[in-house]
Design a protein around this ligand. Structure first.
Ligand SMILES: [Zn+2]
Ligand SMILES: [Zn+2]
Length: 284
């Protein structure tokens, strides 16, 4: 079988705080972490508690050393808390490049160091044997990763846009050949409008992963909290010509049955929409 262009795997799909328990078994309780593979390149979007599961899977795959790029949407706790429990940071020879929005205070590097300082955690970031590099991304930049560095025959492109969330957030687009996946979590929409920055970023994408924390009924009570709905996700997906909408960042109080209901409602608006669950794999 031909290798897929882009392989997307979901390791954490929950927002705000891990929510294990009998009511979240089907979709999972780990916070945001999405792995994307293009050929041998590994990209990871956010490092919520799902990152720990990804680390365990790297062992199962026998992958060593692990060289990966981590793109952080922002540094709220549910997007970084898995990093101290990512076993690969304690192994020499592994290399991680961590990317995040520029001009935030504290910077991504300072926040990642801070969450591992005492009394929060027993091992400091600078004591970790893996090589960890930080790079802050200006909003008007893009990034090209060469897949065959010697030949430069194939490359993938990562671009981003600033969306609407307390403290700021980036959504990312990964493009490879004629395929594209967009990761847009933690963003609040303004009712009656469609964010044209996001529409441009998601233009003709194969997959849009979108913040669907609230139902439209709940949204009004949570204005200013920085999250959106499946309904708005469907609007954005239609406006951008997206092929598949994936509902993401489920509310921690949402039961499996409630997520299923949200998925059904989304499908009425946009057939083929999917609620992300831990273990979901998409071949794009
Ligand atoms: Zn979040
Ligand atoms: Zn957030």
């Amino acid at each position: 079988m031909a290798k897929p262009g882009i392989l997307v795997r979901f390791w954490g799909v929950r927002g705000s705080i891990p929510s294990p328990g009998p009511n979240t078994v089907r979709f999972g309780g780990n916070t945001s972490c999405v792995e994307v593979n293009v050929e041998d390149e590994i990209l990871i979007f956010d490092g919520g508690s799902g990152l720990r599961l990804l680390g365990k899977d790297f062992f199962r795959r026998g992958l060593q050393p692990v060289i990966a790029s981590l793109f952080f949407s922002h540094t709220h706790w549910d997007h970084i808390q898995g990093f101290p429990f990512f076993p690969q940071v304690f192994i020499e020879g592994n290399v991680f490049k961590l990317y995040g929005p520029k001009n935030v205070n504290p910077s991504l590097g300072q926040t990642m160091e801070g969450q591992m300082e005492g009394p929060n955690f027993p091992v400091m970031l600078k004591e970790c044997p893996a090589k960890i590099e930080f790079r802050d991304l200006a909003v008007d930049e893009t990034l090209t990763i060469d897949l065959c560095p010697n030949k430069k025959t194939r490359s993938l492109n990562v671009s981003w846009a600033r969306l609407h969330h307390p403290g700021g957030v980036y959504a990312y687009r990964l493009a490879y050949r004629n395929r594209a996946v967009v990761y847009a979590t933690d963003t609040e929409h303004t009712p009656g409008t469609i964010d044209q920055m996001l529409v441009a970023l998601a233009k003709d994408a194969d997959v849009l992963i979108y913040d669907s924390q609230y139902t439209p009924e709940e949204f009004e009570k949570h204005r200013g909290w920085g999250h959106s709905t499946f309904e708005q996700g469907a609007r954005v997906a239609k406006a951008a010509g997206v092929k598949k909408l994936v509902l993401f960042h489920h509310d921690p109080d949402r039961t499996d049955d409630q997520v299923l209901e949200i998925e059904s409602r989304a499908r009425l608006l946009l057939p083929g929409s999917l609620a992300a669950y831990e273990g979901l794999t998409l071949e794009v």
